[in-house]
Ligand binder design. Structure first.
Ligand code: SF4
Length: 311
């Protein structure tokens, strides 16, 4: 069926699978949406071709766990195979991967992201925590050490990669020590984008029945502390971008100021990451590429000046 596009004309999400086979103890999604069910490569490619024919330049692949793609229908993970087909679509500019479970990165996937120009050097890998006791209680099937090995490998192999993750604070039984391990991990790993949430108790989940539920006051205090630390990390890291030239895609004008353009580079996903803000009285088209120089940094936002129009 032709699909109704609700995003701006130059980017679109494609859901490559439904459901989830993981057993995170805090999550109701497997109960609500059932087991992991991949769409076929042919079916996804057809949707991508249709979207590109309508003017889409950036496709964002989503699933509860994108790295798991294909295992149910092909008997093996097939994300690499899918990406190799997607990059063949001529007018497609960027392919972005969201929600990659950290356990399932193959060497082949890392090398493909590294070598293929159309695949954004950007990964969203929800990690949830970094303390081994909490990771085990969360049912995450990974240790801090394994996470660090993966993050370091991605950074070493793909030096300009932008890494995004999300974390939960105040999981049942989380001690100050467990929480401090998470802070220490963030300081050490220097992730580019971090989202954090307080643990939300779902009665029908194993975690909802665990003893040691944390008070809302403590959860909020931990969230504030984590975000403060991450803000300092980002403030330091962002200085590296000052005066740097970047290729950005125009998403559109700001609602408040028609001469303020909301743009993104490969390193920013729509709707979750901060924009690169560009002042110009020119009339840019959504999806247009610009070369900009970062002239100011304001909290999380980059302010850029147009060097030249690229398309
Ligand atoms: S948190 Fe994500 S990976 Fe874990 S069970 Fe829920 S949907 Fe699956």
């Amino acid at each position: 069926m032709p699909r109704l596009q609700t995003t701006p004309p130059h980017y679109a999400y494609i859901r490559i699978a439904e459901g989830c086979d993981n057993c995170c103890t805090f999550c109701v999604i497997p109960q609500l949406r059932g087991g992991y069910r991949s769409r076929t490569i042919e079916n996804i490619i057809q949707e991508a071709r249709n979207l590109v024919a309508q003017g889409v330049k950036e496709i964002i692949l989503i699933a509860q766990d994108t790295t798991q793609y294909g295992k149910d229908i092909y008997g093996e993970k097939a994300l690499v195979k899918l990406l190799k087909e997607l990059v063949k679509i001529p007018a497609l500019r960027w392919i972005r991967l969201l929600y990659c479970y950290p356990n399932d990165f193959s060497e082949e996937l890392i090398q493909l992201i590294k070598s293929e120009k159309k695949i954004c050097k950007y990964l969203d890998i929800p990690l949830q925590h970094a303390d081994d006791t909490i990771l085990r209680k969360m049912g995450r099937r990974i240790t801090r050490k394994e996470i660090e090995i993966l993050v370091n490998k991605l950074k070493n192999e793909i030096p300009d990669i932008v890494l995004r993750s999300t974390f939960i604070v105040g999981f049942p039984g989380e001690t100050e020590e467990n929480f401090n391990t998470l802070l220490n991990f963030l300081e050490k790993m220097q992730l580019d984008r971090v989202g954090a949430f307080t643990y939300s108790r779902e009665e029908d989940t194993p975690a909802g029945k665990l003893p040691g539920q944390i008070s809302e006051k403590i959860k909020e205090a931990r969230l504030e502390k984590l975000m403060k630390l991450q803000y300092e990390i980002i403030r330091r890291k962002n200085q590296e971008y000052l005066n740097k030239e970047m290729i950005v895609q125009v998403d559109g004008p700001s609602e408040d100021d028609p001469n303020l353009w909301l743009c993104r580079s490969e390193g920013e996903a729509p709707e979750i990451d901060p924009y690169i803000l560009v002042h110009s009285c020119k009339n840019f088209q959504p999806g247009q590429l610009l070369l900009v120089r970062i002239s100011h940094i304001q909290d999380y936002d980059f302010i850029g000046e147009v060097v030249r129009e690229l398309t």
